[in-house]
Design a binder for this molecule. Structure first.
Ligand code: UDX
Length: 429
């Protein structure tokens, strides 16, 4: 099929490349000329493992094209995926980029097309889009479908190629048949195709992300309790996860959830509740609990350092919101590092994906390797669970004798650390 992805970011580029790998002809469009020029040379503007090889393979086969010409790309395609950003503004989802794209689509409906919202959009956005597209000239020339993505950064290609489910929301049988044909190769590999109404598909996305955020926040609060009872939250997570109704995934206690989705989607869902006069009290408390986790962590660090932060060397290993990505959006380091720096600490950090523009300040120094970053550390904080942080010989990487380790991802065993006489702190243990 001929597909057009409008927006070549985390969602549009990954999904477009994967659709082309299934044999479709895909044109990824973006208004940013420099991004399109780089992509045409096979240079990938985002950090996503495996993406460069996937793009190059399909570029070579001329199944994957990149263009800034949105009109001609729409006209030659049968299915148009809207993958532009839906940022939050005053706690509401800003749909201006989506609406701009829809207006361009409207003037290029040269034949029947399916317009698919893949970006996360508030419930009833599909209705609004259909209203904008509707005109005497355009009758029966389009269907608007919701097909939310469930891609995790760092695992996006695998999540696309082996989905637990493909959710397609439409009331049009014609559109549903075409979407089912498009996803057939994935369904054959075991992915479940779930056809529902458009509004349900839109809400499934928010409800899924909010539930995952709730699961993480739940185990983080249980971790707070475990610290007081002096038991290990990992044991609780294992015991809980053995119940199939709960499941073991997304029960890893840590510094709180970050990224471009959970924080945005939980807040958007709360505002959807407000619009429809429904009090989503659980999601509200998840947002508050996760926002407050920063204060708990800061107090914990002060306690670990016996309230002596000033002039201390604190090293962060990893600063992105999770491993496998260079994405800093809503990462807990964005609040922790400036707060510690304001308390007079000297911050060093090593980040596998390189220096971050967010930390360009005199008291915050980036190092190209773990050893240099930790050499004079009084406190080593493992912030992001990259594999290269999982087997460190702490006594070898720092010269300080009475250094401490705060492992925010519980990568190490407390008994091992005790045996090696490492002054080790972690989460919920
Ligand atoms: C998420 C959803 O998983 C994905 O389905 C959706 O399409 C986009 O949002 P992503 O934000 O890329 O994906 O990352 P994810 O792996 O879900 O982690 C989100 C945050 O939760 C990260 O900050 C991570 O560190 C944290 N997390 C995750 C935990 O603290 N504990 C866990 O057990 C899992």
């Amino acid at each position: 099929m001929k597909i057009c992805m409008i927006g070549s970011g985390y969602v549009g580029l990954v999904s477009g490349a994967c659709f082309s790998d299934l044999g479709n002809t895909v044109t990824c469009v973006d208004i940013k000329k420099d991004i399109i020029e780089k992509l045409n040379k096979g240079i990938i503007p985002i950090y996503e493992p495996g993406l460069q090889e996937l793009v190059l393979r399909n570029l070579k086969k001329k199944r994957l094209l990149f263009s800034t010409d949105i009109s001609s790309s729409i006209r030659k395609s049968d299915i148009i995926f809207v993958c532009v950003g839906t940022p939050t503004k005053n706690n509401k989802t800003d749909l201006k980029y989506v609406i701009n794209v829809i207006k361009t689509i409207k003037s290029n409906l040269n034949r029947y097309k399916i317009i698919v919202t893949k970006s996360t959009v508030p419930v009833t956005t599909g209705d609004k889009i259909a209203k904008i597209l509707k005109s005497n000239k355009n009758k029966n020339k389009f269907d608007v479908v919701s097909n939310p993505e469930f891609l995790r950064e760092g695992e996006a290609i695998r999540d696309f190629q082996f989905p637990d489910r493909v959710v397609v929301g439409t009331n049009s049988n014609k559109a549903n048949k075409i979407m089912k044909k498009l996803y057939l190769p994935l369904i054959k590999k075991g992915g479940r195709y779930f056809h529902t109404s458009r509004r349900s598909a839109e809400l499934i996305k928010y409800a899924s992300n909010a539930f995952l955020a709730t699961k993480i926040t739940f185990i983080n609060e249980i971790a707070n309790l475990c610290e007081k009872i002096n038991i290990d939250v990992k044991e609780i997570a294992i015991g809980m996860g053995l119940d199939e109704r709960i499941g073991s995934r997304f029960l890893r206690a840590g510094p709180g959830y970050g990224g471009s989705c959970f924080p945005k989607d939980t807040r958007a869902l709360v505002s959807t509740g407000r619009i429809f006069n429904t009090n989503l009290s659980v999601v509200k408390s998840v947002v508050n609990s996760n926002d407050n986790r920063f204060n708990l962590l800061l107090n914990k660090i002060s306690k670990i350092m016996n309230n002596k932060i000033k002039n201390k060397n604190i090293t962060f290993l990893g600063v992105t919101f999770k491993p496998g990505t260079d994405d800093m959006r809503e990462s807990s380091s964005l609040k922790l590092i400036p707060a510690l720096s304001r308390k007079g600490a000297y911050i060093n950090y090593y980040e596998p994906t390189g220096q971050k523009k967010e930390f360009k300040s005199k008291n915050i120094n980036f190092f190209e390797n773990i050893r240099d970053a930790c050499k004079y550390a009084d406190l080593i904080i493992i912030h992001t669970e990259w594999n290269e942080f999982k087997q460190l010989n702490f006594k070898k990487i720092t010269k300080k004798k009475n250094f401490k380790v705060f492992d925010m991802r519980n990568l190490y065993s407390t008994s091992e650390m005790k045996k090696n006489k490492i002054n080790y702190f972690s989460i919920g243990r």
